[in-house]
Design a protein around this ligand. Structure first.
Ligand code: BES
Ligand code: ZN
Ligand code: ZN
Length: 501
């Protein structure tokens, strides 16, 4: 999709979009009144008949008389002016994407739309991101639509959007960031959507290698190297699979003036069958997206590189497939992690924490980062607590967690602080090993998983995001249709921008 920024309306027959704040009575915004005169009151009539008040996520489409230069006008509601935030702007973009699916081109006119909290150029960029996010679709395996050009009803025809704003250069500068975020989100969503027969540790590692074309340094650790490093917990998970594990390291060195680095670690279980503790069919059917933590870390690194972020960041992902077979690890097996700690694997389906134990240790040991953030579809329990809207946040740093919570509210990717406590350590103490990977007791599933991870970060400031609930959505939402959301790319890009550049 193409986005243009100009300071003047196009001089051609076109569809024009205007923004509308919520007001008690349906009224035509002042800047559309001269148009309304030209069109003999068509606009006012439509406002009245449809009782359109500028409510959020609503829009009003009006067909204009032949005599005018404008074929259709769309008014996009933004909700109440005093509480307008970026999430609502993104969602307005999402609503527009739906309203514009049958248009090839359109103009979004923000020339006379002014509010205190956002410049028209910022509004244009948030709308653009919202449009792109809602328009994302995954059609690689739809042969009919590709070959015969049969249109799918849910696929947008929109090719070009022109924003009319007072300062097009400023809008274009901001758009470098917007486009980079969109690319990162799409990379994450594409990887999560790929079927597990196509996307497995090796094939995913090769896709990530491709980030080198944006200046990212990518190294792949093969099985032999992983063995040499002593990542026994990660290796244990992958034992049942015929596919070798991979650890991929993506370095973006954007700030040569410092050695300081921030590390992002991702769970990359390309398929989680549960292993010998096999999942039920309904629990297993979408377990291809158990690599979303890794996908989002990769998307983030791409975003940082694409906008040439002045930060040193490293993304490290542990890629494995969790399968049952004659070579699988068994409940009761004891593995030795890279840290030296031993773990009794009492449930082979609690595998994410085993993978992360070794990758987190690797990150803190070799990079000594200022902060390490891991992302993982770690527990089903987190969606019991928080559903598909808030991610669970666990941290040993009050300072960094406050900052991330604040950033979440700013961009509309929200995180909720849940507790860690020494109290829970008792529940993970092993009988004949240092640790066990699950507790003998019921309850606190997400906390226990986080508490387990804490054993492998030393004293490094650390944030764990359990994204099992938010990584995938089952319903159509303002910015997503059913499927992967790319949650975390926008959030962490903004967090890096605000606190590390
Ligand atoms: N990958 C799952 C967690 C998950 C569940 C992600 C649903 C997305 C949607 C994880 O590996 C897992 O199976 N966790 C178990 C842990 C349990 C055995 C202690 C769970 O949540 O049931
Ligand atoms: Zn599992
Ligand atoms: Zn899993």
């Amino acid at each position: 999709m193409n986005f243009k920024f100009t300071s003047q309306s196009l001089d051609e027959k076109r569809t024009v979009v205007f923004m509308s704040h919520e007001s008690e009575n349906p009224i035509v915004p002042y800047f559309a009144r001269s148009l309304d005169k030209e069109a003999d009151g068509t606009i006012a009539k439509a406002f009245n008949e449809n009782n359109f008040r500028g409510e959020e996520n609503k829009n009003l489409t009006i067909s204009m008389p032949q005599s005018t230069k404008i074929s259709r006008i769309i008014f996009q509601g933004l909700g109440p002016q005093d509480t307008l935030n970026r999430e609502r702007l993104l969602e307005a973009g999402g609503a527009l994407a739906r309203a514009l699916t049958k248009e090839y081109r359109c103009e979004i006119n923000l020339l006379e739309f002014q509010i205190k909290s956002f410049s028209p150029e910022e509004i244009a960029n948030d709308l653009a991101l919202g449009i792109m996010m809602k328009s994302w679709s995954f059609r690689r395996y739809k042969t009919a639509s590709e070959a015969n050009n049969i249109s799918c009803s849910d696929v947008s025809k929109l090719e070009e959007v022109s924003f009319v704003v007072p300062n097009p250069t400023k809008a274009e500068d901001l758009f470098v960031n917007t486009r980079a975020i969109e690319e990162g989100i799409s990379l994450s969503r594409n990887l999560s959507m790929e079927p597990p027969n196509i996307l497995y540790p090796r094939s995913m590692a090769l896709i990530l290698k491709d980030l080198e074309r944006f200046g990212v340094l990518v190294s792949i650790l093969e099985k032999e190297k992983i063995e040499e490093l002593g990542m026994g917990a990660l290796l244990g998970v992958s034992r049942g699979s015929s596919r070798d594990p991979q650890v991929v390291i993506m370095e973006w060195n954007g700030n040569p003036n410092t050695n300081e680095v921030i590390a992002f670690v991702g769970k990359g279980v390309t398929f989680d069958s549960g292993g010998l503790n096999l999942k039920s069919w309904s629990g297993m059917k979408e377990m291809k997206y158990d690599m979303t933590g890794a996908a989002t870390v990769s998307g983030l690194i791409r975003t940082l590189a694409r906008r040439k972020s002045q930060v040193n960041a490293v993304g490290i992902v542990g890629l494995v497939e969790n399968m049952p077979s004659g070579t699988s690890q068994r409940p009761g097996d004891i593995v030795r992690t890279m840290s030296g700690k031993t773990v009794e694997v009492l449930n082979t389906d609690a595998e994410g924490r085993l993978v992360l134990a070794d990758v987190l240790w690797y990150a803190v040991e070799f990079y000594k980062p200022k902060l390490v953030i891991d992302l993982a579809t770690l527990t089903g329990a987190i969606s019991v607590a928080l559903g598909d809207y808030y991610a669970g946040l666990f941290s040993n740093s009050e300072d960094f967690s406050k900052k991330l919570i604040k950033t979440g509210l700013e961009v509309g990717e929200k995180v909720w602080l849940l507790p860690l406590s020494k109290y829970y350590d008792k529940m993970l103490e092993g009988r004949i090993s240092d640790l066990q990977n699950i507790s003998d007791l019921q309850g606190a599933g997400s906390i226990l998983a986080a508490q387990f991870l804490q054993n492998f970060v030393k004293n490094t400031p650390w944030i764990h995001l359990d994204i099992a609930g938010v990584a995938w959505t089952e319903r159509n939402r303002p910015l997503y249709d059913k499927g992967p959301t790319g949650f975390g790319v926008h959030l962490l890009n903004r967090f890096v921008q605000s606190y590390f550049e």
